[in-house]
Design a protein around this ligand. Structure first.
Ligand SMILES: [Zn+2]
Length: 84
């Protein structure tokens, strides 16, 4: 999605709000809680053809903080065929 192509519908009409001023800070409308005292601003990528949204945390320090504080989701063993 960061390359400008929608993974859901294949459209090239992808827009990004990464430069929005209000995405971070104490009044952030576009952040997720990392801990009681920490928020991580989110970069959104939106496909205006189908409405699909992809979200990323771009601050490396927040990613490291999450790795320290959150529970890791252990990947399932992939010894089964990967069908759904
Ligand atoms: Zn799309």
């Amino acid at each position: 999605m960061k390359n400008g192509n929608c993974p859901k519908c294949g459209s090239g009409e992808v827009y990004s709000g990464i430069d929005l001023i209000l995405k971070g800070g104490p009044f952030a409308s576009n952040s997720i809680p990392v801990s009681l005292t920490s928020l991580a601003p989110i970069d959104n990528y939106v496909c205006v053809t189908c409405g699909y949204v992809e979200r990323y945390i771009s601050e490396r320090s927040k990613l490291k903080e999450i790795a320290r504080k959150w529970d890791r989701v252990v990947p399932e063993k992939s010894d089964e065929p990967s069908g759904e």
